[in-house]
Design a protein around this ligand. Structure first.
Ligand SMILES: CC(C)(COP(=O)(O)OP(=O)(O)OC[C@H]1O[C@@H](n2cnc3c(N)ncnc32)[C@H](O)[C@@H]1OP(=O)(O)O)[C@@H](O)C(=O)NCCC(=O)NCCS
Length: 184
């Protein structure tokens, strides 16, 4: 069951708060900048995303985040649990009647507790029932078994694979593509 409230932050008029049993998803606010910065500087998180950790200063990162969080072509949500921000989920690349989903849980100690599974469940319901879209796409590296499990538990199916050149270490990895279609 989803409960919607108006988000008291960026895009308050259109981005909602999605509340689940253990987490909520809410729009980002300026006070989230330091958490987002610490996640983007974490080499392990960067490696899972095939990126390099960011090296810009906190003030430069702050400008980038605030601009990105204002960008109406991307919907960014802070995942909140245990009284604070624990991660981020993004809906982007809105086309062909669907969108792409990205997610991360920042602190290592908070992974494996079911938070991403619950976040994806809330986002699936939001994308289909509130945005009225027909499909959600996602991708992950073939050795990211945790993320594959999160997709599978939420009814996504693997629809293909590809090769990804990771900017983290300049090596090639296999990327798996997932999709969940709205049930008719
Ligand atoms: C991937 C990620 C988002 C998953 O979030 P999470 O909150 O840890 O995931 P959950 O706890 O909801 O579910 C993880 C599932 O994977 C399983 N799992 C954990 N480690 C595993 C492993 N090594 N092999 C297989 N399954 C594993 C868990 O048992 C759980 O499944 P279950 O509920 O059937 O037991 C999170 O771990 C993360 O942010 N990792 C680093 C960044 C990342 O990989 N982002 C995704 C990039 S595409």
């Amino acid at each position: 069951m989803l409960f919607f409230e108006k988000g008291a932050a960026i895009h308050a008029e259109e981005v909602q708060v999605l509340s689940g049993e253990s987490i909520l998803l809410r729009p980002p606010r300026e006070s989230d900048v330091e958490a987002a910065y610490s996640w983007d500087r974490d080499p392990e998180l960067a490696a899972w995303n095939g990126r390099s950790p960011i090296r810009v200063s906190l003030s430069a990162a702050r400008r980038d985040y605030l601009a990105r969080w204002e960008d109406r072509s991307v919907k960014t949500f802070i995942i909140e649990a245990e009284g604070g921000p624990i991660g981020m989920a993004t809906l982007y690349d809105f086309r062909r009647g669907g969108c792409e989903l990205g997610i991360k849980i920042g602190p290592d100690a908070l992974r494996g507790r079911g938070y991403a599974t619950e976040a994806v469940e809330l986002l699936v319901e939001y994308v289909f029932d509130t945005l009225g879209l027909e499909n959600i796409r996602g991708s992950t590296l073939s050795h990211n078994h945790r993320m594959q499990r999160v997709f599978e538990k939420n009814g996504f199916t693997q629809v293909g694979d590809g090769s990804l050149l990771s900017r983290y270490d300049n090596r090639r990895y296999t990327e798996l593509f997932y999709e969940r279609r709205r049930e008719s």
